[in-house]
Design a protein around this ligand. Sequence first.
Ligand code: P53
Length: 479
Amino acid sequence: MSEMKFPDGFLWGGAVAAHQLEGGWQDGGKGVSVADVMTVGSNTTPREITDGVIPGKNYPNHEAIDFYHHYKEDVKLFAEMGFKCFRTSIAWTRIFPQGDEQEPNEEGLKFYDDLFDECHKYGIEPVITLAHFEMPYHLVEEYGGFANRKVIDFFVKFATTCFKRYKNKVKYWMTFNEIDNQSSFNNEFMMTTNSGLIFSKDTNNEAAMYQAAHYELVASALAIKEARKINPDFEIGCMINYTPVYPKTSAPKDILLAQRVDQRRNWFSDVHVFGEYPKETEAYIERNGYRSDITEEDKVILSEGVVDYVGFSYYQSMTVSADKIDADHLVDPSDVIAKNDYLEVSDWGWPIDPIGLRYSLNLLTDRYHLPLFIVENGLGAFDKVESNGEIHDDYRIDYLRAHLEEVKKAVVLDHVDLMGYTPWGCIDLVSAGTGQMDKRYGFIYVDKNDEGVGTMERSRKDSFYWYKKVIESNGADLT
Ligand code: P53
């Protein structure tokens, strides 16, 4: 294995999202996003989504790691590691602060011009997500987020504005981050961050999710159709959280349930890739009377606005048991999760499964016959700064090495067509799920804690030097 390399031009890099690192939440004319009304949580306490910004509450995304003012220093560190690409998102609220304006905000557009120029200075290719959990809060308050068909137009306008402005600076795009996360429709965080849905007690969450997701898929397809006209050389992908689903046992009812959970989660990417809903999903939606608003025109748009590649995050696998709920009674996939006795878990309880990544790469290749891009992978962990300032994060190196070994087998032995690998949170940032700073993913440490206290100073962890060597050897040296 050690002589095996990744293909030439493989996009080694790192991934972040605007709201999780930029800060500057009111700088340059930026508007309030859904991420700006989420408080800090913890390993055990969920983040609170407040009704607007309430003075005195701790909103970690407001300042984050202040990448807005530190980006030159940070991009320089990425370049030092040898990054070929850098995945970030464009904060919708920098471009359209409220979401429904006629004209974009020039200062916001300029910020990304400068950021992309800074990347290109070092030969780093930007990889851009358009909607990464940061919809304008105004669109939620005023329109109900993606519960409202009108929001499709606002998204398409935002997307088109970005495509036109950055057509010579950005080649790789993704429309919606982890669009399939909302299949956990009882999770308020997932619903708000993905679709801007805020539930009242009498809402049927599942029904709302199918309708909102449909509008998002139409918005994605329309944006892609526009993008093709603006620059035919764009590569535009979808972005899903791929979590392979395992049966707890070899009992056929567990096997069928595992398949059903996969169907409940992964129909989103089927629509992105094939331009139509898969059979079982369509049957389920019809049976329940969900997604009443779908037009013939929508169906044409979906079939025309398909993606060029499948971007996905991979953190863990999921194991399910039909002991209590079987395939025909499954509602929310989160209800059937069981413990996998073969896997260790992270400090946040996420199962660690490197082989699951090779399995996923093969499965997605067989299913979609498209290039894949691992746009997130990594270990959220507590780091300790030694008295001499060093950070020995061997657990992070072990995690990434084990995953990359499996990726390498998938690419070299199984011939999976993989565009690149961008581990999540290449610089420490605010956790999406918990709002914590102390759930760290980075190669670069940022001195700031969950209380928001710290000097913001950046320093290189051991993993920084390890990843640099991985990139330098094009993946031949993972030691
Ligand atoms: P954190 C779980 C929960 C929330 C967001 O997650 C998630 C996931 C994983 O499926 O999605 C992605 O920060 C997401 C990133 C996020 C990352 O996973 O909760 O695209 O925004 O930071 C890691 O540890």
